[in-house]
Ligand binder design. Structure first.
Ligand code: ATP
Ligand code: MG
Length: 481
């Protein structure tokens, strides 16, 4: 194969050089030059984007000058989605696999990316042609995993190849409907001199698969490695190129995993998929609260948050530890939610609820290793911290949710009715939330208390006196509903 011409482009300013330089002569950025293959002018017009015209009714995207088309002439592919056979994956994808889409699946080593996609290949392979490009593991290793997690592994075709041109050539004959590339970091193009896994190689490989997907209608799943080291290309480099970015996360030492969409051109990014990892592979979890709630009643420094993510509603335990410290700069550690949000909540608790925290180390944690992103978790974090500081537990069977503003107000959250219903379903006797949400009470929960601000919330849940035994719910003087 003839060598393609390459150029080194600055990732910061777009300046081009014919050879690699440590520093961009244009903008002065260090180590920003990335090798790129120049597009070949021969062999037809296979630019990215040509596929759009290729899906026109009645007309192909033949040679000649590019021309614009009316949107009404473009054939919509919204009806073409098909199921991956895994409900949790379908949910996160926005309702199934879209033909011609490129999905990047990122996640820590060993989290289960290969397992999940192998299971999807197994299910889809029952009535469609599927293919796995394995650069990372040998076909024998994949067979071992398939015997463990697949019901009918025979339908999965495997291509152990890492040179992009060779892979694409093989794909011309195979023409699968679903293609999994595991992983994109192992692929390389002969046209580039850099090593596999470098930014330029990963970008080139992704670009080629993107073109292939759009031209053939094959859905492509690319496995991408997450690395903290900027020298090796992680999925971030590719996020703009692909249609959907899925993140597979969770604590490797535990058995459950959460799949989220960081970007999705074909669906919401609020949805999460929850899986349990076992010897027979990943199984979807329909009722995540079961995994995240503690077995016994939460003690001092714990609060139960009612979370909503997309179409899922579940309860999680928020834990806090408050310890006096001699350090001039006390430690503030958040696990499972945003650190800046923790700093804000601590400041609001001090300023508006009079909880003295300035000389204490504070650790806050979402139990179970799950990450909660919604601001509605503020109230649970605040009450867990206040409980830890006062050494008083929250009343038993009480769940909370609500966003806290900088003025100390407890604000409304999305879908309060669903949260009330979920808390009731799991046997919680009381819910504490913002006054606005409490007015929209469902009949399902025996006691819903609305609090206007964080001071009332702390007073209602923990009582007014410092370090006294737990109070019972319902003695509120703050406008309980
Ligand atoms: N026999 C087994 N029983 C239970 N769980 C297993 C078994 N074998 C593997 N696993 C689980 O599968 C995980 C590995 O899954 P997988 O290879 O799909 O991860 P990955 O995300 O593709 O990792 P990598 O980035 O290294 O390719 C292990 O961390 C373990 O949790
Ligand atoms: Mg893997």
């Amino acid at each position: 194969m003839p060598k393609r011409q390459t150029v080194f482009t600055c990732g910061q300013c777009g300046h081009r050089e014919s050879k690699w330089l440590g520093r961009c002569p244009e903008c002065g950025a260090w180590d920003s030059l990335v090798e790129e293959a120049l597009p070949t002018r021969t062999g037809g017009r296979s630019r990215p984007g040509a596929h759009r015209a290729g899906r026109l009714s009645g007309d192909g995207a033949g040679g000649g000058a590019a021309r614009a088309v009316a949107l009404s002439d473009v054939v919509s592919s919204s009806e073409e989605r098909y199921s991956s056979g895994i409900d949790e994956l379908d949910r996160v994808l926005g309702g199934g696999i879209v033909p011609g889409s490129v999905v990047l699946v990122g996640g820590e080593p060993g989290i289960g990316k290969s397992t999940l996609l192998l299971q999807a290949l197994d299910r889809v392979g029952r009535d469609r042609s599927v293919l796995l490009v394995c650069g990372e593991e040998s076909a024998a290793q994949i067979r071992m995993r398939a015997e463990r997690v697949c019901a009918s592994p025979g339908a999965i075709r495997v291509l152990p190849e890492t040179e992009v041109d060779a892979v694409l050539e093989a794909l011309e004959n195979e023409r699968p409907e679903l293609l999994v590339v595991d992983s994109v970091q192992t692929l390389y193009s002969d046209a580039l001199s850099s090593a596999p896994g470098t930014v330029s190689q990963v970008r080139e490989a992704t670009g080629r698969f993107l073109r292939f997907a759009k031209e053939t209608g094959t859905a492509v799943f690319l496995v991408g490695h997450v690395t903290k080291d900027g020298a090796i290309a992680g999925p971030r480099v590719l996020e703009h190129m692909v249609d959907t970015v899925l993140q597979f996360e969770g604590d490797r030492n535990r058995f459950f995993r959460v799949l989220r969409a960081a970007k999705n051109r074909f669906g919401s990014t609020n949805e999460i998929g929850v899986f349990e990892m076992s010897e027979s592979g990943l199984t979807g979890v329909g009722d995540p609260s079961r995994l995240f709630l503690p077995e016994k009643a939460p003690g001092i420094g714990a609060a139960i948050h009612v979370a909503v993510e997309g179409s899922r509603c579940y309860l999680v335990e928020v834990q806090a530890l408050v310890n006096k410290t001699e350090l001039a700069l006390p430690r503030r550690v958040a696990t499972g939610f945003d650190r800046n949000r923790l700093a804000m909540i601590i400041a609001v608790l001090q300023r508006h609820a009079g909880v003295p925290l300035s000389s204490s180390d504070i650790f806050a944690n979402i139990a179970g290793g799950i990450r909660v992103e919604e601001p509605a978790a503020d109230l649970a974090v605040a009450l867990a911290i206040a409980s830890a500081e006062r050494n008083v537990p929250l009343p038993p069977q009480t769940a909370v949710f609500g966003e806290i503003s900088l003025t100390g107000e407890v604000r409304s959250s999305s879908q309060p009715e669903r949260r009330f219903a979920e808390a009731a379903k799991l046997g919680f006797a009381a819910v504490v939330t913002g006054s606005g949400d409490a007015r929209r009470i469902g009949k399902s929960v025996p006691s819903v208390t609305g609090v206007a601000d964080i001071r009332s919330a702390v007073a209602h849940v923990l009582g007014r006196a410092r370090r006294r035994p737990a109070v019972t719910a319902g003695e509120s003087d703050d406008g309980g509903v």
